[in-house]
Design a protein around this ligand. Structure first.
Ligand code: KG4
Ligand code: ZN
Length: 340
C-alpha cells in the first residue's frame, strides 16, 4: 500500500443506527449500517433498547466495514468516533469501543461532533456531487436535529438558528402518529403529500424570532384539528388522508423555507447545503431547486446514504482532522449535549 494513503475507520452510534465506515483519503471504501427495527413497535427510539442493540451490533458492523473495504485493522491510521450529541447510553458504546480499538492498535483516536459530520458529509469524494465552497449555509434536518449553520471553514461553524422544541422530523413523525401512520412517518406523509392538495387545510405557522424554529405548536394544532373533524365525521382522516398530508407538508416546508430565505438575506450567502433524513423529502428538494431559479441560490443535496445517520460522515471528519493532527486524548468522554 502506498504511504500516501490514509485509512480511517469511522464509528457512529449516537442514536439508533450502529454504523462503521472505512475511508481512504476522501473516498469511502465501505459504509455499513445496522438500523434498529426494534423501535418501530414503540413509535420512537427507546434509549435503553438502543444502547443494548449497539452492543450487539458494533463488533459485526465494524468487522463488515473492514471486510467490504478490503482493509485489515493493521492498515488503519486512526479511529474516528461520534463523541456527541446524542443519547448517552448509545454514545458510550461507540466511544468505549473506539478507544479500546485505538489503544489496542496503538493508533490515534479522533473525536467527531455528529452535527459537524452531517455538514462535512458534503466533502466526501463522490462522482456527480459537487462540494460547496466556503462560506456556505448548512441546514441539518432530521428526527433529532433542525439547525441552520454558517460554515466558514471545515472547523469554523456558527449555529445561526435552531429549533427551540421539536425537530422537523419529529413534527413529521408525531403528525403521523396522530393520523395513525407507522413510525417513522416522514416518508409516507411525503408520498401521500404528492397526491394531495396542499391548500386543502390551513395550519398557522409558528411565530419564532429570527432564525430559530418551533414545531411543537404545529403538532398540537394538527391534533386539535383532527379531534374536531373526527367528531363530525369519524372517517375524516381516512377520507382526506392525502390532502391532510399535503397540507402538513406544505406548512412544514413553508416554515423551513421562510427561515432559509431570511438566513440568506442576513448573511448574504447563497450557497445552501442540506443534510439529515428529512433532506430526502420531495417538497424540500423542489423548494431548493425553485430557490436556484428564483433567488440565484446554489444548493447541495448529498447522496442519500450520506444524509441519514451514517459512519461515512464520521470517517470524512476523521480524515480532515487527521490532516490537521487534531487527535483526541484517551481520557475523552462521550458528551450527550456536545455543541458545534
Ligand atoms: O437522519 P435520520 O435518519 O435520523 C435521525 O433522526 O437522526 O432522520 C430520520 C427522520 C425521521 O423523522 C423521518 O420521518 C424523516 O427523517 N424522514 C422524512 C423523509 N424521509 C425520512 N421526513 C420527511 N420526508 C421524507 N421523505
Ligand atoms: Zn443525525
Amino acid at each position: 500500500m502506498s504511504s500516501q494513503n490514509i485509512y480511517i475507520l469511522g464509528i457512529e452510534s449516537s442514536c439508533d443506527d450502529t454504523a462503521a465506515s472505512v475511508i481512504c483519503n476522501g473516498k469511502i471504501l465501505s459504509n455499513v449500517i445496522a438500523s434498529q427495527k426494534i423501535h418501530e413497535e414503540y413509535g420512537g427510539v427507546v434509549p435503553e433498547l438502543a444502547s443494548r442493540a449497539h452492543q450487539q451490533n458494533i463488533v459485526p458492523v465494524v468487522h463488515q466495514a473492514l471486510e467490504k473495504a478490503g482493509v485489515s485493522k493493521s492498515d488503519l491510521n486512526a479511529i474516528a468516533f461520534t463523541r456527541g450529541p446524542g443519547l448517552m447510553g448509545s454514545l458510550l458504546v461507540g466511544t468505549s469501543f473506539a478507544k479500546s480499538l485505538a489503544y489496542g492498535l496503538n493508533i490515534p483516536l479522533i473525536d467527531v461532533n455528529h452535527m459537524q459530520a452531517h455538514i462535512l458529509a458534503h466533502f466526501i469524494d463522490e462522482e456527480g456531487f459537487d462540494k460547496p465552497t466556503f462560506p456556505f449555509l448548512a441546514m441539518t434536518i432530521s428526527g433529532g436535529h433542525t439547525q441552520i449553520v454558517k460554515v466558514n471553514s471545515y472547523f469554523n461553524m456558527e449555529v445561526i438558528g435552531e429549533t427551540i422544541d421539536d425537530a422537523v422530523g419529529e413534527a413529521y413523525d408525531k403528525s403521523g402518529k396522530i393520523l395513525g401512520l407507522g413510525y417513522p412517518a416522514g416518508p409516507e406523509i411525503d408520498k401521500r403529500a404528492q397526491q394531495g392538495n396542499p391548500k386543502a387545510f390551513k395550519f398557522t405557522k409558528p411565530r419564532v424570532e429570527g432564525l430559530n424554529f418551533s414545531f411543537s405548536g404545529l403538532k398540537t394544532a394538527i391534533l386539535y384539528f383532527i379531534q374536531r373533524e373526527t367528531k363530525n365525521n369519524p372517517n375524516f382522516v381516512k377520507e382526506n388522508l392525502n390532502d391532510i398530508c399535503a397540507s402538513i407538508q406544505y406548512t412544514i416546508i413553508g416554515i423551513l423555507m421562510d427561515k432559509l430565505k431570511l438566513a440568506t438575506k442576513q448573511t448574504n450567502i447563497k450557497q445552501i447545503a442540506i443534510g439529515g433524513g428529512v433532506s430526502a423529502n420531495s417538497g424540500i428538494r423542489k423548494a431548493l431547486k425553485d430557490g436556484e431559479q428564483k433567488f440565484g441560490w446554489k444548493t447541495y443535496v448529498p447522496k442519500f446514504e450520506f444524509t441519514t445517520d451514517n459512519a461515512a460522515m464520521i470517517a470524512i471528519v476523521g480524515y480532515l482532522k487527521y490532516l490537521e493532527n487534531d487527535f483526541a486524548d484517551t481520557s475523552v468522554t462521550a458528551s450527550a449535549r456536545l455543541k458545534i
